[in-house]
Design a protein around this ligand. Structure first.
Ligand code: EPU
Length: 418
């Protein structure tokens, strides 16, 4: 176990390049189960969730090799296997293998997926959709088990769930005939998955919309794909630049994926300059204005950026409001900010008010999920004095060398063994 020690405050200054997206690479890796040829994925982030997904694929007999940010996968000799709970409990995205494994083997059995405790995260959309495609649900208290030969269907996806859409897409790619996914989620990582699969020979149309049509093909080819930049890391860095009153040039910040964030920045009077389709500069303004955010599915304000935004709200003048509509357990980090001196009023499990500006002060904190971990690290950069953050394995799940890359921007951070 390791922890971070941060001495603040720091103005983050300099240039940073955004790593490949966690939520994009995980479905791309799972999709490799569908091809019997070698597949190469570039721009793979060096994060522990990727290692866990590689271990899950190895259970099926997939050969997975990595050098730097390139991963080579070969599922030629893959066969049906039970994925143990010891692996699936590490990340909810382990459920992504359900679609491709069921499609390829006619059966799939995995331990119940774990992951961040941020609220109720049912799997009914995933399972109902697969049932509509002909699967039989044979799940028990311990495992999710589905069997059956899949057939094309008109599936209306329940809840616009990202992972449900991805599971159903992957299930449909090799299913002979035409499958429609209606009310599908359309987050950038789903576009990334569709582009990747189409590059391997799949026939998916409607990419980027909430209505996807998949013409089943008999097999996928080998090939290459590139993970798109992580829009959550990009947004977090932009918020960090603003909150620390720094000056940051961010490369691989896909401007068109960030309408909700940039609109919020404009309302708050955060200075930014768009330098190209994938480059932005964020620089400080002496006085930010309070505002409100309401999390929504894409292209609305992303729930994964809600917590980092709260740190910026502690530095804004007036009362800001957060309305977290997607998860009922994603405001817990506000108690940690409160311990740092933030003036926070948690109305209920969905609504929090933050009054600013406040001088945050360093203290001892625990990171309890990926996004909350990044948030308290950001707060520590803003705070005066020393902060220690324990359980940083949560941060390492989703951000590549975050402490090292922040150090390069001037942060005073040390990683030590707990
Ligand atoms: N939901 C249902 N029924 C379902 C599935 C979902 O009601 O069958 C509801 C949930 O209760 C929740 C919403 O739909 O209100 C989304 O939940 P879910 O947990 O299914 O989201 P997800 O698709 O599994 C992805 C990201 C999350 C991100 C959410 C929302 C991946 C691997 N994960 O999860 O990312 O917060 O979409 O955008 O893509 C993170 O990276 O830290 C993270 C949690």
């Amino acid at each position: 176990m390791q922890k971070l020690i941060i001495e603040g405050p720091t103005k983050l200054e300099g240039e940073i390049k955004i790593a490949g997206s966690k939520n994009s690479v995980l479905p791309m890796m799972a999709a490799c189960l569908l091809s019997k040829k070698e597949v190469i994925i570039h721009n793979v982030p060096n994060i522990s969730d990727v290692e866990t997904m590689a271990d899950i694929l190895r259970v099926f007999g997939v050969r997975v090799e990595s050098t730097h940010s390139t991963m080579i996968l070969n599922a030629e000799n893959a066969s049906p296997k039970v994925v143990p709970k010891s692996l699936t409990e590490k990340l909810r995205a382990s459920l992504l293998v359900m679609g491709p494994a069921l499609s390829r083997f006619g059966e799939v059995e995995i331990g119940f997926p774990g992951g961040d405790k941020i609220g109720s995260r049912p799997m009914d959309a995933h399972i109902e959709g697969l049932e509509m495609m002909g699967a039989k649900d044979k799940s028990t208290d311990d495992t999710v088990k589905l069997t059956g030969q899949l057939k094309p269907a008109r599936v209306i996806v329940h809840e616009l769930s990202v992972t449900a859409t991805e599971v159903l897409l992957m299930a449909a790619v090799l299913t002979e005939g035409q499958t429609e996914l209606r009310m599908a989620a359309c987050e950038p990582q789903i576009v990334g998955l569709c582009d990747f699969l189409n590059g391997l020979g799949a026939k998916i149309s409607g990419v980027g919309s909430n209505f996807l049509t998949i013409e089943g093909v008999s097999e996928l080819q080998g090939g290459e794909g590139k993970v798109t930049p992580d829009n959550i890391e990009a947004g977090t860095m932009a918020i960090a630049a603003a909150a620390t009153k720094g000056d940051m040039l961010i490369d691989d910040f896909v401007i068109n994926d960030h309408d909700a964030l940039l609109n919020t920045f404009s309302r708050m009077k955060v200075n930014f300059q768009i330098l190209g389709p994938k480059q932005i500069r964020i620089f400080s303004n002496s006085k930010y204005q309070a505002t409100q955010i309401k999390t929504r599915v894409y292209p609305g304000f992303p729930t994964d950026l809600q917590a980092p935004m709260a740190v910026l709200f502690t530095q804004a003048h007036g009362t800001s409001e957060i309305f977290e509509t997607i998860y009922e357990g994603r405001l817990q980090y506000l108690f940690e900010l409160q311990r740092m001196g933030a003036r926070v009023n948690i109305r209920d499990s969905h609504v929090g008010l933050i009054e600013g500006p406040t001088n945050l002060r360093g203290t001892e904190l625990i990171s309890f999920d990926i996004r909350a971990g990044a948030t308290i690290l950001l707060a520590a950069l803003v705070a005066h004095g020393k902060t220690t953050i324990d359980r940083i394995e949560h941060i390492d799940r989703g951000y590549e060398h975050l402490d090292g890359r922040l150090r390069a921007l001037g942060a005073n951070i040390e990683r030590v063994n707990s």
